[in-house]
Design a protein around this ligand. Structure first.
Ligand SMILES: *[C@@H]1O[C@H](CO)[C@@H](O)[C@H](O)[C@H]1NC(C)=O
Ligand SMILES: *[C@@H]1O[C@H](CO)[C@@H](O)[C@H](O)[C@H]1NC(C)=O
Length: 187
């Protein structure tokens, strides 16, 4: 019976020629002035500050399902946020960015949301640059991890993750403060 799979020797030859082509192609690109860029890793420690109600609320519920109130998890609600990213855990800490996005409780049984946001920096070295976060936020977990899927400006082509830990969750004032330890790889 004839087999259509190439022999190992043929595969190796193909691989060798492929590598040869890649080597020459990248050498040629270098001649045309495309400078190789090195990846950088940046660590940031930020503090997310949110006010859930009151005149300065940073969260607004824009929609919910007719059944949302039946779920203790607020399943089916859609919230838009314009939260603060500060340099420290105090309400007086310096504002370094805004956390602007959508927060959607997406579990009927767990306090777990689909969170998507752009963190846009408004101060310092990264002013004007942004990071895009998209993932599952299990809000009552001690530590949760959110993927960073992109960025702009200083953080172009970014990818990474943030480790989140709630520092304050005050039901009386509606204030929530979450520490964000961010690790991001970019160019
Ligand atoms: C950040 O950038 C904006 C827009 O370019 C500018 O108006 C603002 O003054 C900058 N802020 C700081 C603190 O550099
Ligand atoms: C965040 O970083 C700080 C300082 O390195 C560390 O003390 C803290 O444990 C980190 N938090 C998490 C959730 O990793």
């Amino acid at each position: 019976m004839a087999s259509s799979a190439p022999s190992p020797a043929t595969s190796l030859r193909v691989l060798f020629f492929f590598l040869l082509i890649v080597t020459f192609a990248s050498g040629e690109a270098g001649d045309y002035g495309l400078h190789p860029r090195t990846e950088k890793t940046t660590h940031l420690q930020l503090y997310f500050h949110e006010l859930n109600f009151g005149p300065d609320a940073t969260v607004i519920r824009v929609a919910q399902a007719p059944t949302t109130d039946k779920f203790v998890t607020a399943f089916g609600a859609v919230n838009i946020v314009d939260d603060m990213m500060k340099a420290g855990p105090d309400t007086t800490s310096r504002l370094v960015g805004r956390f602007q996005g959508v927060f959607v409780p997406a579990s009927q049984t767990e306090f777990a949301a689909l969170a998507m946001a752009n963190v846009v920096f408004v101060d310092g070295t990264y002013n004007g640059s942004s990071l895009t976060i998209l993932g599952r936020n299990s809000i009552f977990a001690t530590v949760r991890e959110m993927p960073i899927v992109g960025g702009s400006g200083h953080f172009r082509l970014a990818r990474g993750y943030a480790l989140l830990k709630t520092r304050v969750n005050d039901p009386n004032t509606g204030l929530v403060i979450v520490q964000y330890n961010v690790t991001v790889v970019h160019y």
